[in-house]
Ligand binder design. Structure first.
Ligand code: HEM
Length: 311
């Protein structure tokens, strides 16, 4: 299969980082699928065209369909591995599932443009869906999480982003699409900031100021990057592409964690390794300082899949 007939992906899936984001979660009204399909086709096309119009501000975005809504919306075919969010709990660590029907991921280096587009999307969905949650993400310092650690360093780079994030021939009808997981993490920053820097570094597995990875033998089994750096039976790294950004206000703040991948399996295994652990008592100690308050599973189909339902 040549690259020419690869369906066009939605541009926000593999985009490089931005300064700002708006995240909109909707639940669809009952029985509106026939109007929803062309409406989503219009929104996806609109987002795609804005990426050209506002290329100077690096606008990008995508529309994703919830695992529990997919069959109502597109009953004829389902992405092979689309399944609900893998809720899990162990000790006092909790990764709950809070599913939504639709997720709009909008990003740009200008907040004013994002605000306009978010209003436009909201208007286009009037009468079809209810807005359930809205957050605004922002780049913090030199791309750091609010814990003060640089986030995204080991993300796939260049064309490897597409290879990691997009479905390929494994599921021909859904090529160019991506499995999306979103978790809203609320940090306990007071508790975190009481920890000496060295202890924080042990929990992440990298140094704070200079962002240098610990040597393998120095990395605690409870360090975040130790828990998520997993390999398959052939020794190949399990990879995801993270599109997370800090969000919030002084009252409630943390990380909108967003994973895009050609399979849901990698995220599921990493989350299990963080929350449940390795079976020998080692879980991710970062989880003592942050709490996931949502967990949602979506599929972001290719642009060409969505716009086949245009009117
Ligand atoms: C790496 C923060 C949740 C998967 C990192 C790094 C930081 C970080 C600071 C090191 C720099 C980097 O390579 O990006 C956080 C925070 C989280 C969170 C603050 C939530 C509050 C998650 C979750 C997953 C995950 C839920 C997957 C289920 C990864 C992966 C890496 C990473 C795969 C790269 C590991 C490597 O290859 O070195 N994270 N993370 N993270 N994180 Fe997270």
């Amino acid at each position: 299969m040549g690259t020419l007939d690869m369906p066009r992906e939605q541009l926000g899936i593999c985009a490089e980082g931005n300064l700002h984001a708006v995240y909109l979660m909707f639940n669809a009204n009952d029985g509106v699928e026939a109007q929803m399909r062309p409406c989503l086709a219009n929104i996806a096309q609109y987002i795609y065209e804005l990426a050209d119009q506002y290329a100077d501000s690096a606008f990008n975005g995508f529309v994703a369909i919830g695992a529990n809504y997919w069959d109502a919306l597109y009953p004829d075919a389902r992405p092979a591995e689309l399944r609900p969010f893998p809720a899990m709990e162990s000790g006092n660590r909790d990764a709950p599932a809070i599913e939504y029907d639709l997720f709009f991921h909008l990003r740009c280096d200008r907040m004013d443009i994002l605000h306009l587009v978010a209003n436009e999307v909201y208007g286009m969905l009037e009468g079809l869906a209810e807005l359930e949650d809205e957050e605004r993400g922002f780049r913090f310092m030199d791309a750091r999480d609010l814990t003060g650690f640089v986030d995204g360093t080991e993300n796939p780079k260049g064309r490897n982003r597409q290879q990691v994030a997009l479905v390929d021939e494994q599921d021909p009808e859904f090529r160019g699409g991506s499995y999306i997981h979103v978790q809203k993490y609320v940090h306990n920053l007071r508790k975190w900031q009481r920890l000496p820097t060295q202890k924080q570094e042990d929990i992440i597995g990298r140094t704070k100021q200079d962002n240098i990875e610990y040597e393998s033998e120095d990395k605690p089994l409870t360090a975040h990057i130790k828990r998520v750096n997993l390999k398959d039976e052939n020794g190949q790294s399990l990879e995801i592409l993270r599109q997370s950004l800090p969000f919030g206000t002084v009252r409630q703040q943390g990380l909108m964690f967003i994973s895009t991948c050609k399979t849901p399996e990698h995220f599921e295994k990493m989350l299990h390794s963080m929350i449940v652990g390795d079976g020998a008592g080692n879980h991710d100690h970062l989880m003592h300082f942050t709490q996931a308050v949502t967990g949602s599973s979506f599929f972001a189909p290719s642009l060409d899949f969505i716009i086949q339902f245009s009117e």
